[in-house]
Design a protein around this ligand. Structure first.
Ligand code: NAP
Length: 301
């Protein structure tokens, strides 16, 4: 039997092998939000694992620079697409690429932004932009990738959610809710696509050291270092999760059994939902309310 430390060593070696390999092509990975932060590290790691890349973001200079560096250092074909996926025409260009390029074997839905603004202080137009990027663009790209991958018989979809999708009280409510959507959507995709040979992984990072925190309004440099994960460590952990066949990867959750239990409770509850009879805690009172005037219901409690 392999001990925990042997298992860790084995995984590390496998990861290093995968990160260094540039001899064979794994196909092409299309990564949204690849100009910096988490997306840029995915680009680096996937190129080293043998993927050609299509990198999507709005900022031309950093995207071109990253594409040039990666193709030079890894020998992989790296194509930048300058696109704002919140713009319909730009999104359509990315969708067309996903649909028509048969070399694409992986979609990393990473572009997204956060906010720490409380609900009452948050600008509704910005919240709508957040919903458009974190939810609608991710959904549309998945809707193109999934059938294309099914047709090609294989493919991997990695959706970057957030621990805020569970810890919804931690940040701006719309952000938490948008990432709760990413989790729910990914679970449903796994349910429908796994049998068709498609891999779906949802990654739930917590605080990770990227410029995304400047966009959110709370730079990570001002946080206690012990609660912020280096971005390289976050992405490497997520890729180990993918190698291990995980469907949900939470890089910061040390006791992985907690998630297994959480998910088992959720699934265990599901069969109870389909019933014609309301729960007794509602039914008894609802019956009284239906037949008695309001005052008498109150006094009969
Ligand atoms: P980041 O450093 O701000 O990077 C965001 C990336 O998305 C950039 O490449 C940005 O490039 C691109 N992008 C933003 N809006 C876009 C648009 N409309 N169209 C195309 N590309 C766009 O943020 P990050 O921290 O790496 O975040 C990446 C993902 O991880 C997000 O989904 C975020 O919610 C999630 N996440 C982050 C953390 C964290 O602590 N950092 C934790 C949990 C989850 P351009 O500006 O050039 O377009």
């Amino acid at each position: 039997m392999t001990t925990a430390s042997q298992k860790k060593e084995l995984l590390q070696t496998r990861l290093e092998d995968k990160n260094m390999s540039n001899s064979s092509s794994e196909g092409t990975a299309l990564i949204t939000g690849a100009s910096r932060g988490i997306g840029a590290v995915y680009a680096d790691r996937l190129a080293k694992r043998g993927y050609d890349l299509i990198l999507v973001a709005r900022s031309e200079a950093p995207l071109q620079a990253l594409a040039a560096t990666l193709s030079r250092s890894t020998g992989r074909r790296t194509t930048p697409i300058i696109a704002d996926v919140n713009n319909k025409q730009d999104l359509a260009r990315v969708e067309a690429k996903l649909k028509d390029d048969p070399s694409i074997t992986m979609l990393v839905n990473n572009a997204g932004f956060a906010s720490v603004a409380p609900l009452l202080d948050a600008d509704i137009a910005k919240m709508e932009d957040m919903i458009a990027l974190n939810i609608s663009a991710l959904t549309r790209l998945t809707y193109v990738a999934a059938p294309a991958f099914v047709k090609r018989g294989a493919g991997t979809i990695i959706n970057i959610g957030s621990a805020a999708g569970i810890s919804v009280e931690a940040m701006n409510g719309v952000y938490g809710a948008s990432k709760a959507y990413v989790l729910a959507f990914s679970l449903s995709l796994q349910h429908e696509l796994t049998s068709k040979g498609i891999r779906v992984q949802v990654v739930l990072p917590a605080r990770t050291a990227t410029d995304g925190w400047d966009v959110a309004g709370s730079p990570w440099q001002k946080m206690p270092p012990e609660i912020v994960m280096p971005v390289e460590d976050m992405v490497d952990a997520a890729l180990v999760g993918l190698d291990q066949g995980e469907l949900v990867t939470i890089p910061g959750l040390h006791n992985g059994d907690e998630w297994t239990r959480f998910e088992a409770i959720r699934r265990g509850m599901l069969p109870q939902f389909g019933t014609s009879v309301p729960a007794p805690r509602y039914r008894n009172q609802a019956r009284r309310s239906a037949y008695l005037p309001r005052e008498r219901v109150r006094s009969s409690r």
